[in-house]
Design a protein around this ligand. Structure first.
Ligand SMILES: NC(=O)c1ccc[n+]([C@@H]2O[C@H](COP(=O)([O-])OP(=O)(O)OC[C@H]3O[C@@H](n4cnc5c(N)ncnc54)[C@H](O)[C@@H]3O)[C@@H](O)[C@H]2O)c1
Length: 248
C-alpha cells in the first residue's frame, strides 16, 4: 500500500532536479504521473521510463508553464488522458540573478512569468477539476528567499514570496471544496540550478546551515509527499521550510 495509491499528480518542470525527484517519489507511493517540461527530449523520455518502472502510468508533456493558453491546453489533455488530477505541484522555476541596479526588465519579467505566473496558469486550469472532484492538494515550490529576501535575487525572491501568498489565498478560497494548498520553501538544494556556484560559495552556505549540508532533491520530495498525501489532511495554507534549519 502506497501513500498515494490511485491518485494522479501533475508535476511541472519535472524532467530533472527537484521536480523529477518528486515525480519518482510520488510514483513509488503509487501515484500516476503527468509531468511537464519545456521540451520532452531524450532525458525527459528517460524520466518517463523511470517513473513507469514503479508500475504506474506516466506521461511527459512539452509545455511552457509561463504561457496561459499552453497550460490550459496541456491540463485539458492531461485530464483527458488520466481522467482526474488529485495533486498539482507547481515546481517549474528559473533564476536570472542580478542586483537591482543592473537588473533588466527582461530578467524581471522572465522570472516572474516562469516562477509565479506559471502557478496561476496551472491553478486556474485545475481549479474546476478539483472543485468537481471535491478533493485536491496543490503544492507551490517557493524558497527560503521568498521569506527572507536575498541581495541579487529581487526578481526570484519576489516570485517565491508570490508563490506563498498564492498558496495561502487558494487555501482560503478552496478549503470549503476539499482542496488544500501549501508551499514548500527549500533552502540550498544540490541540483543543476545550484551547480554553477563555486566551492567557496557552497562552503559559505553550509556554514549557515545547522544541519551542515546542502539538501538533496529527495529531501524536498519527502516533504512534497507528505503534503500530497492524506497524512496532511488537516494542513492547508502553510509554508514548510526544507532547509536544514537555515531559515527559522
Ligand atoms: N535548487 C535549489 O537550491 C532550490 C531552492 C529553493 C527553491 N528551488 C525551486 O525548486 C524548483 C526546482 O528547482 P531545481 O533546482 O530542480 O531546478 P532545475 O533547473 O534543475 O529544474 C527546473 C526544471 O524546470 C524546467 N523549466 C524551466 N522553465 C520552464 C517553463 N517555462 N515551463 C516548464 N518547465 C520549465 C527546466 O527545464 C527544468 O527541467 C524551482 O522552482 C526552484 O526555484 C530550488
Amino acid at each position: 500500500m502506497g501513500l498515494l495509491d490511485g491518485k494522479t499528480a501533475i508535476v511541472t518542470g519535472a524532467a530533472r532536479g527537484i521536480g523529477k525527484a518528486i515525480a519518482l517519489k510520488f510514483a513509488s507511493e503509487g501515484a500516476n504521473i503527468a509531468f511537464t517540461d519545456l521540451v520532452i527530449d531524450e532525458n525527459a523520455k528517460n524520466t518517463e521510463k523511470e517513473i513507469e518502472a514503479f508500475g504506474v502510468k506516466a506521461k511527459g508533456y512539452a509545455s511552457n508553464a509561463a504561457n496561459f493558453e499552453d497550460t490550459a491546453n496541456v491540463v485539458a489533455q492531461i485530464v483527458k488522458d488520466f481522467g482526474r488530477v488529485d495533486i498539482l505541484v507547481n515546481n517549474a522555476g528559473i533564476t536570472r540573478d542580478g542586483l537591482m541596479m543592473r537588473m533588466s526588465e527582461q530578467q524581471w519579467d522572465m522570472v516572474i512569468n516562469v516562477n509565479l505566473k506559471s502557478a496561476f496558469n496551472f491553478i486556474h486550469a485545475i481549479t474546476p477539476v478539483m472543485m468537481k472532484q471535491k478533493t485536491g492538494s496543490i503544492i507551490n515550490m517557493a524558497s527560503v528567499v521568498g521569506v527572507s529576501g536575498n541581495a541579487g535575487q529581487c526578481n526570484y525572491s519576489a516570485s517565491k514570496a508570490g508563490m506563498i501568498g498564492l498558496a495561502k489565498s487558494i487555501a482560503k478560497e478552496l478549503g470549503s471544496r476539499g482542496v488544500r494548498a501549501n508551499a514548500i520553501a527549500p533552502g540550498f538544494i544540490i541540483t543543476d540550478m545550484t551547480a554553477a556556484l563555486t566551492e567557496e560559495v557552497r562552503a559559505e552556505w553550509a556554514k549557515q546551515i545547522p544541519l551542515r549540508r546542502g539538501g538533496t532533491p529527495d529531501d524536498v520530495a519527502n516533504v512534497a509527499t507528505f503534503l500530497a498525501s492524506d497524512l496532511s489532511s488537516y494542513v492547508t495554507g502553510q509554508v514548510i521550510h526544507c532547509c536544514g534549519g537555515m531559515n527559522m
